[in-house]
Design a protein. Structure first.
Length: 361
């Protein structure tokens, strides 16, 4: 028996165990890990994939994160803001294509007009869907008052990626000011949980200066925070960002891909009943990346329903796939992904089982 087999069968994984799993050297060892994670997924959440229709509402952002292609100081990005009526059309398309969940993602803005606009959109979504949609927001750090307003208007889930749970590494990824404060971001996650959202987070994998110990801590951070859903994937550099200068020091892109699969797999073993996304960034590296993510333990896919004319301006990283697919092509493609992974599209809301179980007590 491989040592890896003994580790994946343990009841509780230590940080040392996780580092060992992250640093496996052979395909045989990695396959043991991925197969175990897939078995855990089948047992606890089934061979079902939940679809979330993604709407990239705007690439206007007030922040200057060093890794992000839509950072405020990137003057090479053409800024856009999808009008409400076009968002409504996307929602109607999603409803007619049997979606029961959408994600609204945007650059981070904290002002009265933005807050009220999101509230208005949420109310329209609930009206169009006859309150049959689950809405996930991914709109960055906001006040508790704003989070509550959006929750009361119909948002049930919120994704706020911590990016790295290591405070020192977090500081290297962001400007050193109040607008980019680790403690503030952590507090937001705690507030979201307290309000009643299904709370999600995530990290980038393969960052400059990142260690395997950092990644192990990231996984334990998510477990200790008792998170309900996770979206994480490989760091892919963007030439219009400060971090691009460190591209020569990065892990090879294939290694970042494999490391991301291992992170998904270990998280599935650690947190058996949460929702885990197989992210678009995986497909940026490997044409079958999202299928491989599903087989590593993920159970959520987010087909991009953003109108085609805006797609190539929401470039968080380079070589983002799907920018030339319209909404219908995105849906057809994502169904092929699910079929090729030997799984089926779930027809229910796809609420996190982890969240639902907590609500029963």
């Amino acid at each position: 028996m491989l040592p890896i087999q003994e580790i994946v069968e343990k009841e509780n994984l230590t940080k040392e165990d996780i580092v060992t799993l992250l640093t496996v050297k052979t395909k045989e060892e990695q396959d043991v890990l991925l197969q175990k994670a897939n078995a855990v997924k089948e047992q606890f959440v089934g061979k079902k994939v939940y679809l979330r229709g993604l709407i990239e509402l705007s690439n206007i952002c007030g922040k200057n994160c060093f890794y992000c292609g839509i950072r405020a100081e990137n003057n090479n990005t053409k800024r856009y803001n999808i009008p409400d009526e076009e968002v409504v059309e996307v929602i109607r398309f999603a409803k007619s294509n049997q979606f029961s969940s959408v994600v609204i993602q945007s650059g981070e803005l904290c002002n009265f007009a933005f807050t009220k606009r999101i509230t208005r959109l949420l109310e329209k979504i609930q009206n169009i869907s006859e309150e049959q949609f689950r809405v996930t927001l991914s709109l960055g750090e906001q006040s508790e008052e704003t989070y509550r307003e959006w929750y009361n208007a119909g948002a049930q889930r919120y994704l706020l990626r911590i990016e790295s749970s290591d405070r020192e590494l977090y500081r290297t990824l962001h400007p050193n000011n109040k607008l980019h404060d680790y403690e503030a971001r952590l507090k937001c996650l705690q507030v979201l949980k307290r309000i009643g959202y299904q709370a999600g987070t995530g990290v980038m994998i393969g960052l400059p200066f990142q260690t395997f110990e950092n990644l192990a801590d990231d996984l334990l951070f998510m477990k200790n925070l008792d998170i309900d859903m996770v979206g994480m994937g490989p760091y892919i550099e963007h030439e219009d960002t400060p971090l691009y200068q460190y591209r020569e020091s990065l892990l090879p892109i294939k290694d970042r891909f494999d490391l991301s699969l291992r992170m998904i797999a270990i998280l599935r073993i650690l947190m058996k009943d949460i929702n885990i996304a197989s992210t678009t960034a995986l497909q940026s590296i490997d044409p079958e990346g999202r299928e491989k993510g599903l087989l590593a333990g993920a159970n959520v896919l987010m087909p991009n329903l953003t109108p085609l004319k805006y797609r190539d301006n929401y470039m968080l990283y380079e070589n983002k796939p799907g920018v030339f697919q319209d909404e219908e092509e995105s849906v057809v493609y994502i169904k092929k992904v699910v079929n090729s992974a030997g799984e089926e599209i779930a027809q229910d809301y796809g609420d996190s089982l982890h969240f639902k179980k907590k609500r029963q007590f």
